[in-house]
Write a protein that binds this ligand. Sequence first.
Ligand code: PMP
Length: 412
Amino acid sequence: MRQQFPILGQQAHGYPLVYLDNAATTQKPERVIEAVNAYYREQNANVHRASHYLSAKSTRAFEVAREQVQHFLNARSSNEIIWTRGATEAINLVANSWGRANLQAGDEILLTCLEHHANIVPWQLVAEATGAVIKVADIRADGSLCMDSFSQQLSDKTKIVCVTHASNAIGTITPVADIITAAHQQGALVLVDGAQMVAHQAVDVQTLGCDFYVFSGHKVFGPTGIGVLYGRKDLLDAMPPWQAGGEMIEQVSFSGTRFNSLPFKFEAGTPNVAGVIGMAAALDFLQQFDLSQLAEHELSLRQKAEAGLQAIPGIRLVGEAQDKVSVVSFICDHLHNQDIGLLLDQQGIAVRTGHHCTMPLMERLNLSGTVRASFSVYNSEEEVERFLAAMRRLVMAEQPVDEISPKLPEQH
Ligand code: PMP
């Protein structure tokens, strides 16, 4: 598995690279890099426009990839899969298209405390424009979503619930199935932000019954700049276009324009074809494994990291709920988060520090930020041990970095 990721073989600051920032972005396997390369070498042409050989080839690959995402999410039709630049753009699409057409003054948009800024700010903008009101469901002390609070905030004024499937900052998984059932009983739609989930657990949008589901390719071993909006066909059909230009039209004249059908209605301009091809290769990569086995591996890495960190005096785990993806967030009494990040980096260990684009969650937890180690399928027990050894020495012995783990010989 690990050998399929060429980037992982390198050194950082003279140490073997230990990449524990997978919640920010995952590394890319050889077959994704190769697929993007091969696309530019052998297939590059604009899609859906020309009738020539290359265009037919790239259009076919582009639409086959859409079907692959359809099967990945178990959507009913590939017309329900819209290509976007990422989760952020997918949420903005729904907020701007569905939100501006359907929300009125006094309507409520229900978010949770766990949301990434990408699932907050677009809704704030649409609330400002329409007079809708934002409500927020709280969390429990262990970082899990408080369903009592959710039920209290949910009412017949709620028009849409926007909830993350898993928190990028502290890893907690939300009970989306229960949320969707409750929301639908009140007549509200549900958008699920799956950015942190799709690389870890199989997602079935029909079983979940969600109305919208979004994710980004780069967090599931695919390229940056490509993402997906899944939307129920009847909803997408009724929604007005958001961005406008080529591809999304059927007929244009100065007296008026007829828009294209789904999914093209929401795909203005030349799409990121190479990104789509890379995303398809990433899903091929992922689907050769048993996802539950990968999740087990990630769970054992997370539990090892949690146990090791808890044994270090002065370290406090943030979000101790057990139903989590492979994210460990913590703070240390004696060291500033950023210093921990810098000192780990000096030993080749990549973690993330700060608010993780979840400032409201940090405020709720009374923290300015955390240190976050997030694990992926290619991380090893040995890497977790290196991380823990580095943390123990940083916090307990405060030795100079070079004494903690000797530098490797220079790599040429
Ligand atoms: N939602 C969550 C939970 C995320 O973790 C992220 C990325 N950190 C996003 C949304 C936004 O994803 P992107 O920046 O790829 O659009």
